[in-house]
Write a protein that binds this ligand. Structure first.
Ligand code: ADP
Ligand code: MG
Length: 608
């Protein structure tokens, strides 16, 4: 035997080990789930690589995971005949943390032990959880492409260092021996371990064999893939457990879809809609959560190929026998079957959501609260389905006083005047501002419904959509609100006031006109049809566009006492008051006057 080398853990790894040992210990049983899942990954990798290089299997074709217990010595051994690791790989994989995940992992810690321990698996730091229960761990591994004498033994007590030595290993794969510490002897007891394997590792795709100290080995799981079973033979409980297994979510899923497509193209899919959004919902770079299998061989976890981004919260499995086993990301990219699977799955998810909206509105509202913002990305990404996506939207509306999105576009259409062809919406930063906007005073007075939008992307969304089922989506902050609306009669005298205002506000507005939309307010600002509103402007400005030159139209309510008051003024007094009215309209929009203190001085004066 060669002499052991001692190496030091990377600083980040040391921190992580400290955290595992001292903070997360209350849910320490999950170490078993993590190690079994690593073995399963190693078997998946072997099976995948053996497609190209069948020599790797080397006669040892029964892929499985063995767990052996020894209560006398307080040890648990987990052994697989998977891909294994070379010395370099072992140093890289369990001496350092290759992914920059640690800092993120630490920042996600919530203090809720159950949640936190689920994060362990998601961030790829699962192996280290073994130190929650072990005083020493040894990992004996032989890479599938190396000889017995090239095997490596890694040992550590989870403090600052680990030892490496060269110890031959007859079979390919990895054997991990856990020397349990005094507090955790329970994990070498048969009943306890069996219970945990059933709880966490039921859905592993390889036989999981428990070897007691005495007596016969027992296979714990049913390694037949759940998604290939017939729907009738799978119980709800099993679907829920399987969801938790693949997602690391502790909650039940909201719903699931299990389908088999047959005919020219064949594939099975099992998809889940979670109840709560995952921590990485807003990471659009590498959405994960749809696992691709080809003939039951795990190929990759790459959601982007099988669902559009606006459905990235969906988790599940796709299994196709029609894709080539040696598929790569590049092949996936332009494979016609992938495209058709993506279309099929998108439609399935949209239909399921639509049905939930109809049959279980309360449940759907919960869904919308979690994922509505993501769904709103849909029409821009998936033009073909934009109308079915829009059917899923929920908005607040003047039809109900409640500040909670509960109106669909279809419901709006059902309620509207049959001769109307417009769906009106008011956008503001808050519900109150949208509901009380001067722009909609006349619509409200006439009993016309207005949708009240407050999400940051709503204006962008509506301007992407433009129409819904033949009805125009109309932003109330824009000019020409109601075609053919009665124009207010403007006397010569009033027209003169308007002209004077135009002169006085020339630098701030493109026009001053008599308003037909105002009832209670004195004035408001409107935008020309092609001009982006405040919300969209902010988005566009963030992407580098500039709108300094854009000026609104100033609409005034000639019946209002402030305008009458203005009519009685002249000269400097008139100009000041016109400016004051302009700022008043800016505030009503949720904006702020250029010079707030001047505005307040004026207000004091006019009130006095
Ligand atoms: P993750 O599984 O998310 O990558 P882990 O901390 O659980 O993170 O494991 C780290 C790495 O160690 C794995 O990615 C894998 O490369 C390696 N590894 C762990 N266990 C095994 C095993 N039984 N066989 C082969 N490689 C393993
Ligand atoms: Mg792991």
């Amino acid at each position: 035997m060669a002499k052991a080398k001692t190496k030091s853990f990377q600083t980040e790894t040391k921190q992580l080990l400290q955290l595992m040992i001292h903070s997360l210990y209350s849910n320490k049983e999950i170490f078993l789930r993590e190690l079994v899942s690593n073995s399963s990954d190693a078997l998946d990798k072997l099976r995948f690589n053996a497609i190209e290089d069948s020599k790797l299997l080397d006669g040892d074709t029964e892929l499985n995971i063995n767990i052996s217990l020894n209560a006398k010595n307080n040890t648990v051994t987990i052994s697989d005949n998977g891909i294994g690791m070379s010395e370099e790989e072992i140093i890289e994989n369990i001496g350092t943390i290759a992914k920059s995940g640690t800092a993120e992992f630490l920042s996600e810690m919530t203090g809720d032990k159950k949640k936190d321990s689920n994060l362990i698996g998601q961030f790829g730091v699962g192996f280290y959880s073994v130190f929650m229960v072990a005083e020493k761990v040894s990992v004996h591994s032989r890479a599938a492409n190396l000889k017995p004498e090239d095997a490596v033994m890694w040992e550590s007590t989870g403090e600052d260092t680990y030892q490496l030595s060269n110890i031959p290993k007859e079979n390919r794969g990895t054997t991990i021996t856990i020397y349990l510490n005094d507090d955790n002897k329970e994990f070498s007891e048969l009943i306890r371990v069996k219970f945990l394997l059933q709880k966490y590792s039921q859905y592993i795709n390889f036989p999981l064999i428990l070897n007691p100290e005495e007596g016969e080995p027992e296979t714990i799981n049913d390694s037949e893939a759940i998604w290939l079973k017939s729907k009738r033979s799978v119980k709800s409980e099993e679907y829920k457990e399987f969801y938790k297994f693949i997602s690391y979510d502790t909650n039940d899923p909201l719903t699931w879809m299990h389908n088999k497509v047959e005919g020219k193209q064949e594939y099975s899919s099992l998809l889940f809609i979670p109840e709560k959004s995952p921590f990485d919902l807003w990471n659009r770079d590498t959405p994960r959560g749809i696992k691709l299998f080809i003939q039951r061989v795990f190929i990759m976890d790459d959601a982007a190929h099988f669902l559009p981004l606006y459905l990235r919260f969906v988790k599940g499995v796709v299994d196709s026998s029609d894709l080539p086993l040696n598929v790569s990301r590049e092949i996936l990219q332009d494979h016609p079957l992938v495209d058709s699977i993506k279309k099929g799955l998108s439609k399935r998810v949209l239909d399921t959501l639509k049905k939930m909206q109809k049959d279980k509105p309360e449940e759907y509202k919960k869904f919308w609260k979690e994922f509505g913002l993501v769904i709103k990305e849909g029409p821009a990404e998936d033009y073909e389905n934009s109308e079915s996506i829009a059917e899923l939207f929920l908005f607040s509306s003047t039809a109900s006083a409640e500040n909670s999105p509960n109106t669909t576009l279809d419901q709006y259409i059902e309620r509207m005047n049959s001769d109307s062809d417009k769906i009106y919406f008011s956008i503001a930063d808050t519900f109150e501002a949208a509901a009380n906007s001067p722009h909609i005073e006349n619509l409200k007075a006439n009993g016309t419904e207005v949708l009240l939008l407050t999400d940051r992307i709503d204006e962008w969304l509506m301007s992407t959509l433009m129409h819904f089922k033949g009805k125009e989506l109309v932003n109330v902050a824009k000019e020409e609100l109601e075609e053919g609306a009665k124009k207010p009669r403007v006397t010569k005298e009033k027209q003169e006031i308007i002209n004077k205002m135009k002169n006085s506000l020339e630098h701030r507005v493109t026009d001053v006109i008599a308003s037909s939309r105002l009832v209670d307010s004195a004035a408001c600002l409107v935008l020309s049809k092609n001009e982006p509103g405040a919300q969209l402007k902010r988005i566009l400005e963030a992407s580098g566009q500039s709108f300094e030159d854009s000026k609104p139209v100033f609409e005034v309510n000639l019946k209002h006492k402030l305008i009458k008051k203005l009519g009685a003024m002249s000269g400097k007094e008139f100009n000041n008051f016109a400016e004051f009215l302009f700022d008043y309209a800016v505030i009503a929009e949720g904006g702020s006057p250029k010079d707030p203190s001047k505005y307040l001085r004026q207000l004091d004066k006019y009130l006095g």
